[in-house]
Design a protein around this ligand. Structure first.
Ligand code: DGL
Length: 262
């Protein structure tokens, strides 16, 4: 058992969608979340640059004593997780677009994937698509500009709506019945996406699966926090704290949201 925190990092505020799922399943766990918003978006950067950011974030979290790290970013996971696992001893949990469940459940055999350029061009994504979706039609769409809009708090702006329509309407024309959100920022756009797709299309992401996997790995390594003390949660951003506060909404007791220069 361990009362050390679980660490999370993302290129910004998006990974809080994963943090929320983990906190829901494991409310007893202490957590530290890093929003590397200064360097967002990762999705347009080179693999080497994404790796250097991922190392910097990991080392910050390890210095704070984290027992496990959730890479709450599809772009960082698909480009760097095997390297991170080879460099450090703590367990890493990553997030990848939920291609498998979408491919299994799609009735029309047409699945749309909205993700960053970095995720869609990664080897890991190519392998996962080949393994689980070689029999169906996959429509890959880069969500260019969406991370920047979310990072500036524009979840509902006309520009956000316009970009979503440009990205999603062609998927509907091709009879997509499953849309996979392959970027942890995008779950914050689900209400807007639903307005575009209506009822016949399912929207899925990997947040719940990541939470379950986190629990399984903590159990396996005897790292669950069994203490009766209330958990505490530290959020750090290297830009201003306002958007992070708004995106998080209501937070548990014992939560701090601060600027840090990392
Ligand atoms: N939340 C990150 C992801 O899941 C966003 C990537 C980016 O910063 O471009 O991919």
């Amino acid at each position: 058992m361990s009362n050390k925190p679980i660490g999370f990092f993302d290129s910004g505020v998006g990974g809080t969608s994963i943090w929320k799922e983990v906190n829901l399943l494991l409310p007893n766990e202490n957590t530290i979340y890093l929003a590397d918003s200064k360097n967002a978006p990762y999705g347009e950067k080179s693999k080497e640059t994404i790796l250097s950011y991922s190392i910097k974030n990991t080392e910050f979290l390890l210095e704070k004593g984290c027992k496990l790290i959730v890479v709450a970013c599809n772009t960082a996971t698909t480009n760097t997780i095997s390297k991170l696992r080879s460099m450090y001893d703590v367990p890493f949990i990553g997030i990848e677009p939920a291609i498998k469940p979408a491919a299994l459940q799609s009735k029309n055999n047409v699945v749309g994937i909205l993700a960053t350029k970095g995720t869609l061009s990664s080897e890991l994504f190519a392998k996962t698509s080949e393994k689980f979706a070689s029999e169906i039609t996959i429509i890959e769409q880069v969500g260019e500009g969406l991370v920047e809009l979310i990072e500036s708090g524009q979840l509902n702006s006309p520009k956000t709506k316009e970009l979503l329509e440009i990205y999603i309407k062609p998927m509907l024309e091709l009879k997509t019945d499953y849309i996979v959100l392959g970027c942890t920022h995008y779950p914050y756009l689900i209400p807007q996406i639903k307005k575009i797709v209506g009822n016949g299309v399912s929207i899925i992401d990997s947040g719940e699966a990541v939470a379950k996997q986190t629990k399984a790995i903590l159990l396996k390594n005897d790292l669950l926090n069994l203490s009766a003390k209330k958990s505490n949660h530290q959020f750090y951003t290297n830009t201003n704290t306002e958007v992070l506060k708004t995106i998080l909404g209501i937070v548990p007791e014992n939560t701090t949201i601060e600027f840090a220069d990392f």
